[in-house]
Design a protein around this ligand. Structure first.
Ligand SMILES: NC(=O)CC[C@H](N)C(=O)O
Length: 360
C-alpha cells in the first residue's frame, strides 16, 4: 500500500507500507542509522524512543528477528523507513520477520523509499521532524522540541536485581540497554537497576561498589532538576557513564551539552583514546554532545575524541574515579573492542573498594 514520508522541510517521499495500514499519521524526529546489521538492537534500544529511524543500508530484515538480540522488552521507535524491507527472512534463529514484529507493536515499516535522498536532506539541514501517513499532504503542528522523549517513560519503576557476584553495581536506569547489564554480569557483578530519580540516600543504603549511569532518550537537560542528586552519587562511588550518562556527568560538573546537526548513529565511528593514542571503532547513537569549551575550569577532562569530527566522546575526572563514554562500549550493534572499558570499571571499583567516602 502506498504511503508517504513527509519531512519538516516540505520534502515528500513515496513508499510502500509493509505493515498494516495506519489510521493516524505517525510523527517523530527522523534519525539515520548507518550500520549494515543490528536493526533488532536499534528498534529495541530505549534511546531511540519516539524517533523515526531510517536505515541507510539498503536491505533490512534479511535475518529476521530472533529471541536473543532484544535490548529491552519492546521496540521504542515510532516508525521505520528502509529501502528494501525483506519479509522472507532466512536465519536459523529467526522467530519473526521484521514486519511481523513491528506489526505486533503497531509500528509502521515504510519501504522502497529513496533513503539516500532523505539522508541528504537531514545531513544538509539537520535534525527535523517527519511523518508517515497515507496522505499526500501533511502539516506539522508540533515543534521538534515538543517531540523529545522523557526518560521517565522508559526507566524502571522499581529496583530490579541481577547476578550474584561479589561487586555490587547500581545502574541508574535512564533507559538502559540489556547489553550494558550483560557486560556488567560478564564481569561477575551483582547489579541493581534503579529508577532514574533514585535519591543519593537510598542508593547509599544499597551499599554499591560502583555506579553505572546508563544511556537513555532525549535531551540530557530535561534532567537538570536531578543534577545535584546525580553529582552527589557519582562523587561518592566509582562511576562509569555511558551516552546519556556521560552527558549528565558533564552537566553535573558544570559543563554544557548541545544538540548536534544530525548526530552519530552507526557501528563504525572511530574514537581515539587520548590516554593511549589507540583508535577504536565504536557503536554510537546520540543527538547531543558535550560542548568542549564548557569543560574549561571544571574538574573533567576529555579522554576520548571522535576521529571524524573531533567531538568529545568521553571524559575522565581529574581526581575522582569517574569516566564516561559518549559511545557504546557494550556494542550491540557494532564492534566489541571497547568492551575492555568494563574491565577498567571493575579495576577501578576494586581499587576503591573499602575506601568508601575516603575520596569524597
Ligand atoms: N544513547 C543515548 O544515551 C543517547 C543520549 C541522548 N538521548 C542523545 O541523543 O544524545
Amino acid at each position: 500500500m502506498k504511503n508517504y514520508l513527509h519531512l519538516e522541510n516540505g520534502s515528500v517521499f513515496e513508499g510502500e507500507l509493509l505493515t498494516k495500514s495506519i489510521k493516524k499519521a505517525i510523527t517523530g524526529e527522523i534519525v539515520f542509522f548507518t550500520g549494515m546489521t543490528g536493526y533488532q538492537e536499534v528498534l529495541t534500544d530505549p534511546s531511540y524512543k519516539d524517533q523515526i529511524v531510517i536505515f541507510t543500508y539498503p536491505l533490512i530484515g534479511n535475518y529476521g528477528i530472533n529471541e536473543y538480540d532484544f535490548e529491552s522488552k519492546k521496540p521504542h521507535v515510532a516508525g521505520v523507513i528502509v529501502y528494501e524491507g525483506n519479509m522472507s527472512h532466512s536465519h536459523y534463529q529467526a522467530k519473526y520477520s521484521i514486519g511481523e514484529y513491528l506489526d505486533k507493536w503497531n509500528i509502521p515499516l515504510l519501504s522502497h523509499v529513496d533513503t539516500r535522498a532523505v539522508v541528504k536532506n537531514i545531513r544538509q539541514e539537520g535534525s527535523m521532524q517527519a511523518a508517515i501517513t497515507a496522505e499526500t499532504a501533511f502539516t506539522f503542528e508540533s515543534s521538534l522540541n515538543d517531540l523529545e522523549a522523557h526518560v521517565a517513560a522508559v526507566s524502571t519503576k522499581e529496583i530490579e536485581s541481577f547476578g550474584k557476584g561479589s561487586k555490587h553495581v547500581v545502574m541508574m536506569d535512564f533507559g538502559y540497554k540489556k547489553s550494558i547489564l550483560n557486560s556488567l554480569l560478564e564481569q561477575g557483578c551483582r547489579v541493581s537497576v534503579v529508577p532514574f530519580d533514585t535519591k543519593f540516600e537510598h542508593i547509599k543504603d544499597l551499599n554499591p561498589d560502583g555506579i553505572l549511569l546508563s544511556n537513555g532518550p532525549g535531551d540530557p537537560k530535561q534532567l537538570e532538576y536531578l543534577l545535584e542528586n546525580i553529582k552527589k552519587i557519582i562523587t561518592n562511588f566509582p562511576t562509569m557513564g555511558i551516552c546519556l550518562g556521560h552527558q549528565l556527568t558533564a552537566l553535573a560538573f558544570g559543563g554544557n551539552t548541545k544538540k548536534m546537526l544530525f548526530g552519530h548513529r552507526g557501528a563504525n565511528q572511530p574514537v581515539v583514546d587520548l590516554k593511549t593514542k589507540k583508535v577504536y571503532m565504536s557503536s554510537q547513537n546520540h543527538s547531543y554532545e558535550v560542548d568542549e569549551p564548557s569543560l574549561q575550569g571544571t574538574s573533567l577532562q576529555v579522554r576520548f575524541r571522535n576521529v571524524n569530527d573531533s567531538t568529545v566522546e568521553g571524559l575522565m575526572h581529574k581526581d575522582l574515579p569517574i569516566f564516561t563514554t559518549q559511545y557504546h562500549p557494550e556494542a550491540n550493534p557494532g564492534p566489541i573492542e571497547s568492551s575492555l572499558l568494563f574491565n577498567d570499571f571493575l579495576q577501578m571499583i576494586n581499587e576503591y573498594s573499602g575506601r568508601e567516602k575516603a575520596y569524597a
